[in-house]
Design a protein around this ligand. Structure first.
Ligand SMILES: Cc1ncc(COP(=O)(O)O)c(C=O)c1O
Length: 383
C-alpha cells in the first residue's frame, strides 16, 4: 500500500450529510439540506421522457446542445438585458458545482490567492486547495451579511487571482445592491483579478428587489464567470445541470477543464431544459412569488416561537437566532434540536474559516411543502 497523503486535509463528511443522517435516525423534520420536497414541473418530466424516447441518449456536444445554449442566451437577454453569444460564451455543466470547479481551475495557479466571503458555500475552498492556491477568507457582517469592501480591498495582494461572490447568498439570503456592484467594479478596475459570481438563486428574490446579476454590469462581466443551476430554479437538485457564462477567452479555458472533467453533461436533461425554457419562460419569473409566499407564511409562524427569524431578501433559507432558547454553540444546538425536538437545521460555523464568536444562528430551508413546514413549526413551538 503506497503512503497516502490527503490533498484535502480539511475536508471531512459535509455538514449536510451529517445532519441528514441524524434527521433520518431520529425521525426529525429535515429542514437542513437545501432541496425542495415538492415535484418537478410536469412539462419538464414529460420533456425528459420525450428526449430519452426520441433517442437523445448519447454524448451531447462538449459545450452543451445548441438549443439549450440559445435558450440560456435568450434568458440572459430577457432577465438582464445581456447580449450573450451562445456559441462562444455559454457552457452547460453538471451542476453549478462543476462550473465552480472548472472556473477556479481555468484561472487559478499554484501559489495564487482567492478571496472568499464568509460564510461561504462549501465547494469553494476544496476547488481552490486542489488548484494549489490559498483561500483568503473575509467575513461578512455577522448580522446583516453585508460586504465590507474596504476590508476586501485591504486583502488584495499581487497574488490575488480571483474573487468569489454569491448573491442571493447561501446561507443568509442577503443580496448585493447596485452600490455593491459599483464598489466591486471600482475595486477590480485596475487589477488582474477575475470574478466568479455564483448566482444559483438568481430567480428566488423577494419584495420586488432586483437581482444584481453580473450580467447586468458589462465592466464586471468582462472578467467574470457567471454560474447558475437549473436544480434551484426547477426543483430538481438531483439532476445536477447548470451552466457558466463567460467571455470567449475565459470560456475557452473553462472548456478545457470541462472537457477533461466530465466532457459533456447528461444529454436528455439538456433537451428537457431547452424545451422548458423556450415553452414556459414565465416559470422563472413566477419563482420569486412562489417562494415569497412560503417565506412569509413560515416567518409568520416562526414569530410565534422563541426563535427569532432574520430578514430574508432572497434564496430559500431562513436564518434564525436561537440565543433566547439556548447558549449552546451552533453545531451542538442543531444536534440537540434534531434529537430532542425532531427538527433538523444546519449550523453556520461550517461555512466559516473562523466563525464569529458568540454567533447563535441556524439555517432552516423553507423549500418545502406546507405540511412539512407546519410539522416543523408544531415542534418548534414547544421550544
Ligand atoms: C450557493 C450555492 N452554490 C452552488 C450550489 C451547487 O449547485 P448544484 O447543485 O447545481 O451543483 C449550491 C447548492 O446548494 C449553492 O447553494
Amino acid at each position: 500500500m503506497p503512503t497516502l497523503q490527503t490533498k484535502l486535509p480539511k475536508v471531512g463528511t459535509t455538514i449536510f450529510t451529517v445532519m441528514s443522517q441524524l434527521a433520518a435516525e431520529h425521525g426529525a423534520v429535515n429542514l437542513g439540506q437545501g432541496f425542495p420536497d415538492f415535484p418537478v414541473p410536469d412539462r419538464l418530466v414529460q420533456s425528459l421522457e420525450a428526449a430519452m424516447r426520441a433517442g437523445h441518449n448519447q454524448y451531447a456536444p462538449m459545450t452543451g446542445i445548441p438549443a439549450l445554449r440559445q435558450a440560456i442566451a435568450a434568458k440572459a437577454l430577457r432577465c438582464y438585458g445581456a447580449q450573450v453569444d451562445a456559441e462562444s460564451e455559454i457552457t452547460v455543466t453538471s451542476g453549478a458545482t462543476e462550473a465552480i470547479f472548472n472556473a477556479v481551475h481555468a484561472v487559478v495557479r499554484p501559489g495564487d490567492e482567492v478571496i472568499v466571503l464568509d460564510p461561504a458555500y462549501d465547494c469553494y475552498e476544496p476547488a481552490i486547495d486542489l488548484a494549489g492556491a490559498r483561500a483568503v477568507h473575509i467575513p461578512l457582517d455577522p448580522q446583516t451579511f453585508a460586504v465590507d469592501w474596504e476590508r476586501v480591498r485591504a486583502a488584495i495582494t499581487p497574488r490575488t487571482r480571483l474573487i468569489m461572490i454569491n448573491s442571493p447568498h447561501n446561507p443568509s439570503g442577503a443580496m448585493f445592491s447596485a452600490e455593491d456592484m459599483r464598489a466591486l467594479a471600482e475595486l477590480l478596475r485596475e487589477t488582474d483579478i477575475f470574478l466568479l459570481s455564483d448566482e444559483v438563486y438568481e430567480h428566488i428574490v423577494f419584495d420586488g428587489r432586483r437581482h444584481e446579476s453580473v450580467l447586468r454590469w458589462p465592466e464586471l462581466r468582462a472578467r467574470a464567470f457567471v454560474v447558475s443551476s437549473f436544480g434551484k430554479t426547477y426543483h430538481c437538485t438531483g439532476w445536477k445541470i447548470g451552466y457558466a457564462i463567460a467571455p470567449p477567452a475565459l470560456s475557452a479555458e473553462f472548456r478545457k477543464v470541462h472537457q477533461y472533467n466530465v466532457f459533456c453533461t447528461f444529454a436528455p436533461a439538456q433537451h428537457a431544459f431547452a424545451a422548458m425554457l423556450s415553452q414556459e419562460p414565465e416559470h422563472d419569473e413566477q419563482l420569486g412569488a412562489f417562494y415569497q409566499a412560503k417565506r412569509d407564511r413560515f416567518r409568520q409562524q416562526l414569530l410565534g416561537t422563541r426563535l427569532k427569524p432574520l430578514d430574508v431578501p432572497g434564496g430559500y433559507f431562513q436564518l434564525v437566532d436561537y440565543s433566547t432558547v439556548s447558549d449552546l454553540p451552533d453545531l451542538e444546538f442543531v444536534k440537540w434540536l434534531t434529537i430532542e425536538h425532531g427538527v433538523t437545521a444546519i449550523p453556520l460555523s461550517p461555512f466559516y474559516e473562523t466563525p464569529p464568536a458568540g454567533q447563535r444562528l441556524a439555517r432552516l430551508c423553507f423549500a418545502k411543502n406546507t405540511a412539512t413546514l407546519d410539522a416543523a413549526i408544531e415542534r418548534l413551538a414547544k421550544l
